[in-house]
Write a protein that binds this ligand. Structure first.
Ligand code: ADP
Ligand code: MG
Length: 697
């Protein structure tokens, strides 16, 4: 057996279990070894039931004495099991909908129970709700000493493969593995005094007696530290290599002459802020260099990124190149189209919109024009990335809202031009360490200043049953010449139900609440033309209120709109709320954001309070990241966020920082050419699989 052995051939696994593991992305021995326990239990000095205290998290070994299913007003069955042990005390275990446990927790069965010890409010007994448990002894395979009398790893179950079975399999693997080559360069291992790979793997799954449980459960045992470092080290090596490779590629050296400057001046509708000027300077320098630009432009909503993007586009067009602007949604593409067309009108540029919902004829026509070089600035969604789309001379690609575009798409974009310059814009303020991991191959520019005269947006929380007050407020604002948005959340996958809610509300508002006002409806299922039409009318002030599903989340720009009403605000993520709020407060007048919510739980109240108290996108993003975790925050798979196994970007930032320095040092001064080759080979073999990234360079 070696690291590449398929799990199917490991004794005790077989095809059925291999299938379950495969579903978790675990196919080889190496994969399973990287499947770290999420928690450890100290089963060496266990307490008896009599020694348990309410409030503590505890593991007890005990035996089922009796069980019953209690019916709560005939509604839901609560399965109760009473456990006892040598201390003769009784512990009550309770499970809602636990009737199926009748067959498993039969009297006489010995278990290890883990959970929070409480006093049952009905019976006053010592109790534990929904404890995790593990059946002990008897028919189960494997060595009992793996499961008791030691620090026991708890792995996440994979289908029917319980933590106990997982432990048996891993033990067997670790027993029969001969030599395991250490992927981490020896210099680093020695300098940081890290355990070798084989030892680290063994201690990860089966910690030595006497290991500190608190360290283990905070992922800081020497073994865990080293394996986290490994993962970050290779990730960083890959990103840094890719970055240096791109930098060495020949790119376009745009000329920054007086004509470019004059055209920019002619286009600008207002004086750029200091931050905008500085950032344009950074971009222009990249564009003038003979190597491709790969720059990330960060800035809070409304900070004026799009304007800077437009300035960059002028540099490309005046040099005889075409520009592609990629947006994540059709609405945003349409919005950008209007914005750029308006700005470039004076310069005589041809601006075109290409989206998936256009007819085949329209698309064909546009593609021809694009290929002939007649279109200067092409704006679109993913449709712009299709194989059949070709540019005559693509010089600059502007990608809006990077977190929705994967790495693959970025590369596809690069393949469309010689090597066009790439400018990525994002309004999601990402803590610095994170942006280095996510975009380790990008340079970062930050617009940290809002255009002048912006008043902070007043944010209020209103209970749904007081919505009438909100409507009268909206009415007053509209009467004084302002406009308003009313937004509905798209819940889970179901765009349809949000759509229905929005349609219903549109009817309700236009017929009953505001019969005198003009109210538009916007949602993701509309044809591109219709969307564009509604948005144009709202922008021109021909509609007073725009009812919409979350599609307006990013990028809509109507400075006269001063009210943002968000229905069921508790269903949105914080960053999303912040983005939505950023749709108002773009003009000179005072703007308002009203978060309409149902009854809130503590977490919900905390989130809404973050919104009413802060307008700082950076702070809000950090809170969001904390409350939701990195996976959800970045929208998981499509985000281009590497799928890490042991490491966790949030928890392990300081190890990430260390890994970044080690990787830079190693690549700059490898101890030997062989060592460097070895690391590169390891990366080649693991890049796609371990880190889910497209390719090294
Ligand atoms: P972002 O893309 O960063 O969300 P936009 O580029 O859409 O921001 O700009 C937000 C609003 O601010 C737009 O109405 C834009 O025209 C306006 N704006 C941008 N830069 C300036 C500036 N320097 N002075 C005044 N208004 C500006
Ligand atoms: Mg924008």
């Amino acid at each position: 057996m070696d690291l590449q052995t398929p799990l199917m051939y490991v004794k005790g696994v077989g095809p059925a279990r291999a299938g379950l593991l495969e579903a978790k992305g675990l196919s080889t021995v190496e994969d399973l070894l990287a499947y770290a326990p999420f928690r450890y239990e100290d089963r060496t000095n266990l307490k008896t039931i009599a020694q348990l205290a309410p409030g503590e998290m505890a593991t007890v070994i005990c035996e089922v004495a009796m069980t019953r299913t209690a019916k709560l007003r005939g509604k839901m069955g609560i399965f109760e099991a009473r456990f006892h042990d040598s201390s003769r005390a009784i512990l009550l275990g309770k499970w809602f909908h636990g009737d199926y446990l009748k067959q498993i927790l039969v009297p006489g069965v010995r278990v290890a129970l883990y959970g929070k010890i409480e006093i049952d409010s009905f019976s006053g007994e010592l109790s534990v709700m929904h404890p995790e448990f593990e059946l002990l002894g008897g028919e189960e395979e494997g060595d009992a000493s793996l499961h008791l009398g030691r620090i026991v790893p708890i792995h996440e179950a994979a289908g029917r493969i319980t933590p106990r079975v997982m432990r048996n399999i891993l033990w067997r693997i670790l027993e029969s593995l001969q030599t395991v080559p250490d992927p981490l360069p020896e210099v680093i291992r020695e300098r940081l005094r890290l355990p070798d790979y084989a030892t680290a793997l063994r201690d990860l799954h089966f910690p030595q007696a006497g290991e500190d449980l608190r360290l283990l459960n905070s992922f800081r045992s020497p073994a865990q530290f080293r394996l986290i470092l490994d993962e970050f080290f290779f990730l960083q090596c890959g990103l840094q290599l890719r970055r240096s490779k791109v930098r060495l590629q020949p790119g376009i050296a745009f000329e920054l002459n007086d004509r470019v400057r004059e055209q920019i001046k002619a286009m600008l509708p207002f004086k750029p802020t200091g931050a905008q000027k500085r950032v344009l300077g950074e971009i222009a320098k990249d564009m003038a260099s003979a190597h491709p630009m790969n720059r990330l432009l960060q800035g809070d909503v409304g900070s004026g990124k799009t304007l800077v993007a437009a300035e960059s586009a002028i540099i490309a067009v005046e040099n005889g190149y075409q520009v592609a602007v990629l947006a994540p949604t059709e609405i945003l593409a349409a919005q950008h189209y209007l914005y750029f067309k308006n700005l470039f009108h004076k310069l005589g540029y041809v601006v075109a919109l290409l989206t998936g919902s256009m007819t085949a004829r329209e698309k064909t026509k546009l593609k021809e024009l694009l290929d002939a070089g007649y279109i200067h600035v092409a704006i679109g969604t993913h449709a712009l990335l299709e194989e059949t789309v070709s540019f005559r001379k693509l010089g600059l690609a502007i990608v809006d809202e990077q977190h929705r575009f994967g790495v693959m798409q970025r590369l596809r974009m690069m393949e469309k031009g010689v090597t066009p310059d790439i400018l990525v814009m994002t309004a999601t303020p990402i803590p610095r360490t994170l942006s280095m991991t996510l975009y380790g191959d990008l340079d970062v520019s930050v617009i940290d200043e809002l255009p002048p005269g912006r008043k902070p947006i007043v944010t209020k929380n209103v209970q749904a049953d007081r919505i009438e007050h909100v409507w009268s407020f909206v009415k007053r604002e509209v009467e004084s010449g302002r406009q308003a948005y009313v937004v509905y959340p798209v819940i889970e996958e179901s765009e349809t139900s949000a759509l229905k809610a929005a349609e219903k509300m549109h009817r309700h508002l236009s017929e009953i609440v505001f019969p005198d006002l003009l109210i538009g409806l916007l949602h993701g299922k509309m044809a591109a033309d219709d969307k564009e039409d509604v948005m144009r009318r709202f922008k021109r002030g021909e509609l007073h209120i725009l009812v919409s599903t979350t599609v307006i989340e990013v990028g809509v720009d109507v400075p006269n709109a001063s009210v943002m009403v968000i229905e069921q605000a508790e269903r949105f993520g914080l960053s999303q709320l912040h983005q939505l709020r950023g749709r108002v407060g773009r003009g000179a007048s005072q703007s308002y954001c009203i978060l309409v919510t149902g009854r809130l739980n503590d977490a919900g109240r905390e989130r809404i309070r973050t919104m009413t108290e802060s307008g700082d996108g950076f702070y809000i993003a950090e809170m969001d990241l904390k409350l939701r975790g990195p996976g959800e925050f970045f929208g998981t798979k499509q985000s281009g966020l590497p799928s890490l196994r042991i490491a966790n970007i949030l928890r392990d930032t300081e190890i990430l920082e260390l890994a970044r320095r080690e990787a830079a040092e190693f690549l700059e001064r490898p101890p030997s050419e062989e060592e460097r080759e070895r690391v590169l080979n390891y990366l080649r073999d693991h890049w796609q699989k371990r880190y889910g990234l497209a390719r090294v360079g």
